[in-house]
Design a protein. Structure first.
Length: 201
């Protein structure tokens, strides 16, 4: 038993030595890499962030205001359509209620089926118009977002910001230096582009 344990002890000792060597060699290499990376990071002094006020952009960007008007007009049209349909259904309901006392059982059952069909048609129309409105909202907001993103790409070619973030009062940004507020630049630039687009159309 002692003859087996001695070679095993030697193997274990050698393995431990190898592990220590590898560990410390690797640690030294990591330290060198980290210090080199830190030195490189200290050289990147041109890291800059700008921000814009999203509420101010929405308030002053003409394309956004036009999109809002378009969506509001659609909302009004949807409400009017549903209101007209509901009024027609209510008139028909009153007609059937007036005739109800003189109806046969078969006529009464037919009237109930008709009212149920009217209600189902109204609900389907309501769902269809709601989906149309949501689709329009998504399209308009997606179009606006793309316009802003495309403008910022061109704008930043000369400015060289690392990040441009949107800001809204009460959100995560606890301090902001107004020197880096580019809202006015963005609004003016976007409105100029939008004005050209409208003239073409």
């Amino acid at each position: 038993m002692k003859q087996i344990s001695t070679p095993l002890s030697l193997v274990a000792l050698l393995a431990t030595g190898v592990l220590f060597y590898l560990h410390f060699t690797h640690t030294e290499q990591l330290k060198k890499q980290i210090s080199t990376s830190a030195a490189n990071n200290r050289d990147t002094t041109n890291f800059r962030i700008a921000y814009f006020d999203i509420d101010s952009l929405q308030k002053n960007y003409n394309s956004f205001k036009d999109a809002e008007e378009k969506i509001k007009a659609k909302e009004t049209a949807v409400k009017n359509q549903l209101s007209d349909l509901n009024n027609r259904n209510q008139r028909r309901l009153r007609e059937l209620q007036e005739k109800a006392p003189g109806m046969t059982q078969a006529e009464g059952e037919a009237a109930q089926r008709e009212l149920a069909q009217l209600q189902q048609t109204f609900q389907q129309k309501e769902l269809e118009l709601d989906q149309e409105l949501k689709r329009l909202q998504m399209e308009e907001m997606g179009d606006l977002q793309k316009k802003v993103e495309d403008f910022l790409k061109k704008y930043n070619e000369k400015k060289g910001y690392s990040f441009i973030v949107s800001y809204r009062p009460g959100e995560f940004m606890y301090y902001k230096d107004s020197v880096y507020d580019i809202t006015k630049d963005i609004v003016n630039g976007l409105n100029a582009e939008y004005s050209k687009t409208k003239k073409k159309n």
